[in-house]
Ligand binder design. Structure first.
Ligand code: FES
Length: 113
């Protein structure tokens, strides 16, 4: 078993099938990114990065937990302040996602800082 630590910019997920779906352009923290049609926001981010977001309280890296809409560990924000559950929201063209810094005030105000 490897003890190598992943770089935050190293993708956690690697696509091995269905690579011929239509591309979907979006941004992560202002950086251009590309997913495939039908990807969830969680898949779209984790095929680009090692982490989904940082916990709003501990600031530890998170990558979701259940991946089926039950644990609340995958909330991310859009640039407009909308909260999205990444594991149950499909990526859409032009979606501007924020993964950090996400602080408690963003969530306390429903993302309307
Ligand atoms: S990963 Fe559990 S609700 Fe999204």
């Amino acid at each position: 078993m490897s003890t190598e630590i992943m770089s935050p910019s190293q993708p956690l997920l690697h696509r091995v099938a269905e690579k011929d779906r239509a591309p979907v352009r979006f941004t992560i923290d202002g950086q251009p990114a590309m997913a495939l049609e039908g990807d969830t926001v969680l898949t779209a981010i984790l095929t680009q990065r090692a982490q989904l977001r940082r916990n709003e309280f501990s600031h530890e890296p998170r990558a979701g937990f259940c991946w089926m809409g039950a644990c609340q560990d995958c909330w991310v924000l859009t640039d407009s302040g909308e909260r999205l559950r990444a594991c149950s929201t499909f990526i859409t063209p032009g979606l501007a996602l924020r993964t950090e810094p996400v602080d408690a005030m963003d969530f306390a105000s429903g993302g309307q800082a």
